[in-house]
Design a protein around this ligand. Sequence first.
Ligand code: SF4
Ligand code: SF4
Length: 326
Amino acid sequence: MDLDAFAEGALFWIVSLVFLVAVSARLVFFILKIIMSSRGKESRWAYALPIYGRFLLPFHKGVPKKPLYAALRYVFHICLLAVPIWLAGHVSLWEMSRFEWSWRSLPSPWADGMTLVLLFIAAYFIVRRLVSSRLRPESSPWDFLVIIVAGLPFLTGYFLTHGTLEPIPLLADNMRLIHVLSGQAMILMAAFLFCRTRLNPKTCTGCASCELSCPTGTLESRDQGTLRIFSYSHYQCICCGACVHTCPEDAARLRHEVSFRQFFQVIPKQEIRSVDMKACRKCGALFVPEPLFDKIGRSFKDDYLFLCPNCRKTNVGEVYRKVAPR
Ligand code: SF4
Ligand code: SF4
């Protein structure tokens, strides 16, 4: 079988179909989850519509905190979408297809410029993860792979249109096939790529500030037994970054994750973190997450710390009765 013809024919249609079905299903799941989470609100649409609007502008809460990084992320994603759709070579392929679809294409210098900008930002994202003492320990091979798979079709497309690797016959002869396959790998990855909130167990104190800032209510905590359990649903998350922005410990993160399993986890929320709760020394009631208690205890020494709010009040009364003149 001719591999080039297969990659540009049957394989292309299979990948496109998988992408369309997966993205449509994810959109429906998201819309339904937000409608479900609007139950009990005074005006369900007044709650849901702004969330649908904010969904179109992910990471917007991180803009004031890191404006340059946020701008790079937006430019990267705009190039990622615009170049494949409006590249003249791609438009002419659609024109020659059985659909005979046609639309205006980007001028070549624009397409080249945007491709180079995207590749530069992708390289920056990789280097940043490698050199940053904060990011390196929490980066997984997936974090690098996602950037590489996203950038590869642009790199191979640039090589293909400019004949950059002509001196290497093996690569030059197969560059079109490599470009097509890398593009399809990116499309498949996009279908199952999730942006998920993570709470770093090494630094998270369980204070639940992130939960209070979450506009969709997808991040939830409940105290159960001796634990505070945080749960989350990615289909209800708009990746706004409010939790990241709010966290006093810099423990909340938005991470990209390619997962076929996550695709089917629609209804139940998943537990993403649990912390032990501290018991009051006097009445035994659980009243504060242990990591938060330890952190406060490092800078503030007082027996009152070991008491729950109720016992502190009664303790003040008892002390007062002992010392106050009759
Ligand atoms: S705000 Fe930060 S420290 Fe507090 S529970 Fe959320 S992730 Fe943990
Ligand atoms: S979990 Fe974080 S990123 Fe997701 S909607 Fe809530 S605040 Fe925004």
